[in-house]
Design a protein around this ligand. Structure first.
Ligand code: T1G
Ligand code: NAD
Length: 719
């Protein structure tokens, strides 16, 4: 777990050897303690270098050990002893120095970083805080404002930024270990007292209280209910106002509160769920580690609308050449200017030149003969998409992969019109596609494992979190959205307002409530879908009871809003009003209040007071209930996949873990009981009826979410 060797006759080189990230497991801590003791006691040793094997210094505490009792030497006294030692210790940082790994570097007397290294204290993203002295040492080294920013965001910084901030002493393009050994030899004669960071006085701005107050407000607003960022501010305050010996106690108290919280469990679950999602498996036995993706060098994107532009930018950013196709000259030119603008802004931010030579814009599909992959992003219209796929089938060489960015249409129906159904797969990006991290890879029944592997790996290369899902209307994310949206509009009928519902969801932690989100996405999109599915529009049979469609309860309020030309932010009016079309500042609109009142009186609905609890339960339990059905249907392979989709695609609060994890935290029995209650009250709403899988899990004693798979595996997989 750590190798000890003597180099240059007098330097003890301690190399952490715990792949893949040299996490500080109990065995590693034990090995460091023994090695340090040896080095400090051996008279031949004049200096020490700490290094990590395989070009990775250290990824911090071993998160997998958090679930069990602490074993092995605790980190704080171990690190204090390294700092207090009488021989200079130099950290040779390559790859990453994160969390406890960064804290280990902070107790070394000098830090040398490779120019590609990244450093940071990401504990806050795991619902905890840097608890091995990080909140006390970093402010002493770089001052309160910079330390607050790094600790409360968990942001990784480059070696160059670390040098500017005074965190590292030298950045090198050579082997950091070799440079550190030479550095250590030169450090032997120098006094160490000023190099012990815990003994430094924290540089404090004169207006410390005002600064902490302002940061607390700012952090609170961004945290949306997460506790860890605020605890981080309190810990840094201790570094400013207390001696190290007291500050470290405060850090430990705050950590104890966070460590046992549901939020920390949720955030740590998210960390592993994200990694689990990459490990897709098909019933055929093909999976992430036995299916080879194809190499993608040249891509094409069809349709340069909202989605196509972002997809082109995401591809070009990672060095893939792209041919972008539009249907009309004017649209092609507009799309081209937008894409170039986005790439130029990118390049300006990074201080490099935009990779515009990778791009080609055309009106002709004939130009796509030689591409490796095509991503279609034309209107959501099956006939049009089928036509495009038929054309592509004729034009592209037989090995070209054909992908669709459809939000919910049948990917297999598209495969069926081509000469290569095994090379067809859905690549469902989220808007704006150059920003949003989620990619649903929609596996049709005929998609080959190589095709799926290629789409998953391309997504990863584009910086996306890719999740493999089965093919059904709406796939996973949009299929679950329907019951969630329906509940929100039913609650409007019954007496709630858009403001109240949004506030309840935002207090829960959503980035945006459902109505603000709909205004942003555009209300016309759903309206078109409802018209196409025969739920609204001029062809509806007037004999239909007014608030029922296809045998179920139906709320026509969203259609009424659209009929008034209110499509959301883009028209300056939607569920809210905005200063102008395209505005983002949502204000309550009395016209919507009137519309709701008139609607209720027209249908004789007596509005009632609806509690925030009911809003949360109805919206979120309906959402999770559909998630259970998706698992039952084999459309998602694991609850983790569903949670990752909601975290990265729909703004679900990370500190709640995702809809499925949240249901397990609430308690499956309670979720079942509430769904039964609401279904009894609303028997004409099928999605409130508890799913068989939920009932089954409750009957099995409500196992933790990581064990649900055992209860699902007998069911049919569409993946
Ligand atoms: N503990 C346990 N496992 C870890 C781990 C860790 N710290 N970091 C990574 N892994 C596993 C990961 O689950 C995956 O496993 C494999 O390593 C490769 O990871 C005292 C309390 C370092 C930037 O938050 O951010 O220190 O899926 O796929 O893309 O104050 O991993 O193969 O089975 O992510 O190259 C703080 C977390 C801990 C860093 C590498 N540290 N790690 O990214 O590979 S708390 C962190 C990362 C702490 C102290 C406190 C990234 C990475 P598997 P990967 P990667
Ligand atoms: P959009 O209307 O903004 O753009 C579609 C573009 O395709 C238009 O510019 C149109 O001119 C072009 N086009 C139409 N037919 C064409 C053809 N034959 N050849 C070349 N170009 C053609 O639509 P959008 O929002 O970008 O959606 C595109 C696809 O992405 C749809 O399938 C949609 O469901 C899906 N999608 C949209 C979102 C979203 O939030 N907008 C999110 C995920 C997926």
């Amino acid at each position: 777990m750590a190798r000890y060797e003597l180099v240059k006759r007098s330097v003890a080189l301690i190399t952490l050897t715990n792949p893949p990230v040299n996490a500080l497991s109990s065995a590693v801590r034990h090995a460091i303690a023994k090695s340090m003791e040896h080095a400090l006691n051996d008279p031949k040793v004049t200096a020490v270098v700490i290094y990590g094997e395989n070009g990775r210094f250290c990824g911090g505490a071993d998160i997998r050990e958090f679930a069990g009792p602490l074993r092995g030497p605790p980190l704080v006294p171990l690190l204090d002893a390294i700092e207090a030692g009488e021989k200079p210790v130099v950290a040779a940082i390559e790859g990453v120095a994160l969390g406890g790994g960064f804290e280990l570097a902070l107790v070394c007397h000098y830090r040398i970083a490779h120019f590609k290294a990244r450093l940071g204290l990401p504990e806050v993203t795991l619902g905890i805080l840097p608890a091995a002295g990080g909140t006390q040492r970093l402010p002493r080294l770089i001052g309160i404002p910079a330390a607050l920013e790094l600790i409360t965001t968990g942001r990784h910084i480059s070696a160059q930024e670390a040098l500017k901030l005074g965190i590292v002493d030298q950045v090198t393009e050579q082997n950091a270990c070799e440079v550190a050994v030479e550095f250590a030899l030169r450090a032997v004669a120098k006094p160490l007292s000023s190099r012990r960071v815990s003994t430094l006085t924290t540089p404090c701005p004169p207006d410390l209280d005002a600064l902490l107050e302002a940061v607390t407000m700012q952090v609170k607003k961004k945290a949306r209910g997460a506790m860890a960022p605020l605890a981080c501010v309190q810990a840094v305050r201790a570094a400013a106002t207390m001696p190290y010996s007291k500050g470290i106690k405060r850090e430990s108290e705050l950590m104890a509160t966070l460590f046992n919280s549901g939020q920390a469990r949720a955030l740590q679950y998210c960390f592993f769920a994200q990694r689990t999602a990459g490990k897709w498996t098909l019933p055929s036995g093909a999976q992430w580690n036995n299916s080879k993706p194809r190499e993608i060098r040249r891509a094409a994107v069809i349709g340069l609308g909202t989605m196509g532009r972002g997809i082109v930018v995401s591809l070009a950013r990672v060095g893939i050449s792209v041919i972008a196709v539009e249907s009309e000259k004017k649209l092609l030119e507009t799309g081209k200017q937008m894409v170039i603008g986005m790439l130029e802004r990118d390049a300006k931010r990074q201080g490099v030149s935009a990779s515009l030579n990778l791009l080609k814009f055309t009106l002709s599909l004939q130009d796509l003969k030689d591409v490796d992959i095509v991503i279609e992003a034309v209107f959501e219209d099956m006939a049009l998409k089928k036509h495009v796929f038929q054309e592509l089938s004729k034009v592209c060489r037989p090995a070209t992969l054909l992908c669709s960015n459809t939000s919910g249409l049948d990917v297999d129906a598209l495969a069926g019109v081509t000469d290569r159904p095994h090379l067809v797969v859905g690549m469902h990006f989220f808007s704006p596609a150059h920003v949003m991290k989620l990619l649903e890879v929609v596996c049709g029944p005929r998609s080959s494992s190589e095709t799926i592997a290629t789409a998953m790996s391309l997504g990863k290369r584009m910086g996306k979190v890719s999740v493999a899902v089965g093919n059904c209307p709406g796939f996973v994310g949009n299929r679950m959205l329907k019951p969630y949206l329906d509940q929100a509009t039913f609650l409007l009928e019954e007496g709630a307002t858009p403001e109240q519902i949004d506030k309840a969801l935002e207090d829960f932690g959503f980035a945006m409530g459902v109505f603000r989100m709909s205004d942003l996405a555009g209300l016309d999109v759903g309206w078109r879908v409802r018209k196409e599915s025969g739920l609204t529009g001029p062809d509806i049979d007037p004999k239909n009871p007014p608030r029922r469609r296809q045998g179920h309860r139906y709320c026509p309020i969203p259609d009424m809003v659209c009929e008034q030309g209110r499509f959301g932010q883009k028209t300056g009016r939607g569920w809210y009003m905005y200063d102008s079309p395209g505005g983002t500042n949502a204000k309550s609109d009395p016209l919507i209040q009137n519309l709701l009142e008139m609607y209720r009186s027209r249908y004789g609905i007596q509005p009632r007071n609806i509690s925030d609890q009911e809003i949360i339960e109805r919206c979120l339990f309906a959402l999770a209930n559909e998630g259970f059905r998706i698992l039952e249907d084999g459309i998602a392979a694991r609850p983790e996949d569903i949670d990752v989709i909601y975290l990265f695609g729909y703004g679900f609060p990370r500190h709640r873990g995702g809809p499925m994890f949240y249901a397990s935290m609430v308690g499956l029995e309670r979720v079942l009981e509430r769904l039964e209650h609401y279904h009894q009250a609303h028997p004409d709403v099928p999605h409130l009826e508890p799913s068989p899988l939920l009932k089954k899990l409750v009957a099995c004693g409500s196992p933790p979410v990581q064990n649900w798979r055992e209860h699902i595996k007998t069911m049919h997989s569409h993946l």
